[in-house]
Design a protein around this ligand. Sequence first.
Ligand SMILES: [Zn+2]
Length: 224
Amino acid sequence: MKISDRILNLIYPPRCIFCQQLLDYRAGIHICGQCFSKLPFSESTVIRTGGDDGNGCCDGAISVFEYTGMVKESLIRFKFYNKPGYYMTYARLIADKLRKLANIREYDMVMSVPLHKHKEFMRGYNQAYLISKALSRIIKLPERSKVLKRERYTEAQSLLDRQKRNQNVKGAFSVRSPEKVKGKSVLLVDDILTTGSTLEECSRVLKQAGAVKVFAVVVATGRK
Ligand SMILES: [Zn+2]
């Protein structure tokens, strides 16, 4: 743990991101012992994405948790109730799982699913970008979120069924600088994976721009 993180923890004592209990200032991952023992860690290894036919552009995904109970509540606070600081713990957990299940050296960069400018302005931050930035520092890969751009505002995916979700995100993203991804392998970060339509659409435009591999990493997976 870096000295600067310790000092920050002394000024703003860390709290468990699940039950909000105060933790020791030396805590690197902000989860208390009780919560850790009952967290719904995702059993699955690599999740197959890219639709029913298996011919998608996203080459697979890993998720730390199931999207349920205390994880769901924590992610809702992270996104909608101004708790951006949770990103560090999520990023550390993703990095741990990646180290176990993937060969990080196969990848060239990390990037996040972009949020529409309007949404980012309202929220004050893009939650996936915060995780991506921290992850890139932990696993020592460059952060390239600027490469992906959200072209238009889309309806909240959670309100739509699978088919409508696919239509909703079609053409929603574009690649700003294709030369940056050409021939490269990308780790794509998002907070939640539900049907995978958003990750699939981002992967599609990245591959169109020449990316050879797109692998997704998320905090949680499941139905909203
Ligand atoms: Zn706790």
